[in-house]
Ligand binder design. Structure first.
Ligand code: ADP
Length: 353
């Protein structure tokens, strides 16, 4: 028999039996002691339930995590039965919410979705990679052309080439962000990070030194402070560079010419904290949290002309999460913003490159 009868309230309901039969996802019914009292065919197959016994939830393969999830101590949205097979549990109490007679647990199969997300990320990665190759060569030739255009009589073509180059720089930045967003997707776990020993102060200084300041912001004042006790630590250099570049890029983008940007690298307890403070327009409190979500941009008339994908801060937060760290912002409208990236001081590299 595919469906055991519901025993929690002593009644057998044919309707519920049919419902259980109809759903393609595994469904189990638990009594108040978390013992399985009924299940449908997909659940029987998934957990190899024989029907001879009524096991406890904790006795099922991977059941301990489901128990944690049921008691609310596990907030992971996905439960992996194996590397490939993933389910998302949904739980509903039976009867009174405060004093339930048991629970219905439905496990939604996420395996196929996971595969789709992965292939989508792979597709994005391939396309952005293929676009970068010709772009790099166009940037190279445009830069060579720029060097040939010297003298007053060539001022106009030089001006055009400068415009082309700054447009190409924007394009390159956008492509890098799209590429990174595919690699850093926490849902796919697509990107395998590699920690090597690196000096966060050196990374920050290098990025700022090489940053192509836009021609319309000649009077931005940038100050970098690296505290003496900032340690060399094990982090994914590439990820760290991307995060810092995005934070600095935003500070430049969203700060008017003539204002100041302060970058501070410090150690605080077991963390290295990189703070990028600007004196721009600031961010209203209601927008501060969602900025870190993928593709989120704040609609403000002052920012209308500023190009972006809404991926920069998503990347910053993903980098923080991959390192077991944090990213957040403190800001008041009109008072500028300070973005923080805090990474734990890990001393052991994961892989020697
Ligand atoms: P993008 O800059 O490509 O739009 P981000 O994820 O980097 O994407 O930023 C998301 C949004 O957060 C931006 O559109 C902007 O509205 C806001 N933002 C980011 N950095 C700052 C900053 N330093 N000052 C004010 N607003 C900012």
């Amino acid at each position: 028999m595919d469906v055991q009868h519901i025993t929690t309230d002593g009644k057998t309901t044919a309707t519920v039996d049919s419902l259980l039969r109809a759903t393609p996802y595994p469904v189990i019914l638990l009594n108040v002691t978390q013992q399985l009292t009924a299940w449908n065919a997909p659940a029987r197959d998934l957990f190899a339930l024989t029907g001879d016994t009524q096991p406890n939830l904790a006795d099922l393969p991977g059941g301990d995590r489901l128990v944690q999830w049921l008691s609310g101590t596990q907030d992971t949205v996905e439960w992996a039965l194996s590397e490939e097979i993933r389910y998302r549990p949904y739980v509903e109490p039976i009867g009174d919410r405060e004093q339930p007679l048991g629970w219905v647990m439905l496990l939604r199969d996420m395996t196929e979705r996971q595969r789709l997300v992965r292939s989508q990320a792979e597709y994005i990665r391939l396309i952005s990679h293929d676009l970068r190759t010709p772009l790099t060569s166009v940037v190279g030739f445009a830069s060579m052309l720029q060097q040939l255009l010297i003298g007053d009589e060539l001022a106009q073509p030089r001006h055009f080439v400068n415009k082309i180059i700054s447009g190409l720089n924007v394009l390159t930045g956008l492509l890098e962000n799209i590429q990174d967003a595919g690699r850093f997707d926490p849902e796919t776990g697509f990107y395998e990070m590699s920690r090597t020993m690196c000096d966060p102060g050196e990374i920050v200084q290098r990025i700022i030194k090489n940053y192509p300041m836009p021609a319309d912001k000649p009077d931005l004042r940038v100050r970098v402070t690296i505290d003496d006790d900032v340690p060399v630590f094990a982090a994914d250099t590439n990820m760290l560079e991307r995060a810092v570049s995005n934070l600095f890029d935003n500070a430049v983008k969203y700060t008017p010419n003539g204002s100041a940007i302060d970058v501070h690298v410090q150690r605080s307890g077991d963390e290295v904290i990189i703070a990028v403070r600007d004196s721009g327009l600031g961010i209203p409190p209601e927008d501060q949290q969602r900025l870190f979500q993928r593709h989120t941009r704040v609609a403000r008339k002052e920012f209308k002309k500023i190009k972006g994908t809404g991926l920069g801060l998503f990347i910053v937060r993903s980098v923080a999460q991959h390192h077991g760290g944090r990213a957040w912002v403190e800001s008041e409208s009109g008072q500028g913003s300070c973005f923080y990236l805090a990474l734990p001081v890990v001393t052991r590299p994961t892989r020697q490159d």
